[in-house]
Design a protein around this ligand. Sequence first.
Ligand SMILES: Cc1cc2nc3c(=O)[nH]c(=O)nc-3n(C[C@H](O)[C@H](O)[C@H](O)COP(=O)(O)O)c2cc1C
Length: 334
Amino acid sequence: MNKNILLCVSGGIAVYKAVALVSKLSQAGANVKVIMTTSARQFVNPLSFQVMSKNDVYFDTFDEKESSVIAHIDLADWADLILVAPATANIIGKIANGIADDMVTTTLLATTAPVWIAPAMNVHMYDHPAVKRNLDRLATDGYQFIEPSEGFLACGYVGKGRLEEPEKITALVTAFFSQQVKPLIGRTVIVTVGALHVPLDDQHIISPQANGAIGQALANEARMLGAHVIQIENSNLYDVIEQLEAYKIQYPQSLFIHAANVPSIKETPTVSVEGINAVTFGQKVHGKPMISILSDSWIDFSEKAQLNGQFLDTRNPKFFAQTLWSHIIKDEEQ
Ligand SMILES: Cc1cc2nc3c(=O)[nH]c(=O)nc-3n(C[C@H](O)[C@H](O)[C@H](O)COP(=O)(O)O)c2cc1C
């Protein structure tokens, strides 16, 4: 990734996860520097972050380590992206109100880099009108959020408030920078979305149920990455097979993402992926796809999918699409 990520860590129980986040970001090729609030240091010793990031850890605005620069301005300018993770209710309130009374908040006011905030707190804190008001204000000010997930919270409650997993945050960061590069400029991506039907006779068709969420997310993400996208939905599968053969000739370098569900009856014709780089989702095809993904049920309704032995969460289509595109692009580069 070779980008500078500044991680601002505030004082919640999830600080330990921020240590894993530094490790994951570094493994993904990022240069990571860390600022901690005074409260964050109650949870984890700065040494852990220093070791993981291989950089000094900052927590005191007035501890100027280098005489040639002012540390908070230098860090604010150095960062390509700033993550506030975990973000406490307190730090969210301070940023929303332009307060700059510690190293984290002062640096955040001084930066022009994008800032992503990953709230983590007790579910009642997260639902509190004051916190909601502050989050709304931050959204208006252009901050992005990594929403907390639901589950068991350290305070004993079950609900929304868990810091998103370090792997997921790292994948979002990686996808963000690869989108900036727009690696699919000049490429045509053909995506089947939702359900493709097979006619049984003149008046009847058979079609699986599908909401198209995954195919749509993959098509949207491909557009974000710069691709020319041809989206095929609610079509007769025989027509799609014919169209695909024509597209293979018209766009010889295209990528085919077969995300639509097809009926599983014996009359179902088979798509050929010969001569095209294809990604399939368990459909029977002629030829060998570049990537074949298996899910626990039809992809639109699944919870997880297996890719090269690795499980990917499919409950958030956008996140799944970003992760899958980074795999496809990496696969093609090899
Ligand atoms: C054990 C413990 C766990 C805490 N966990 C959280 C938390 O997950 N989220 C949060 O917003 N505050 C949490 N707090 C409260 C914050 O530490 C407190 O509001 C502090 O002032 C935050 O300071 P900071 O935002 O400068 O880091 C916790 C406090 C304690 C003692």
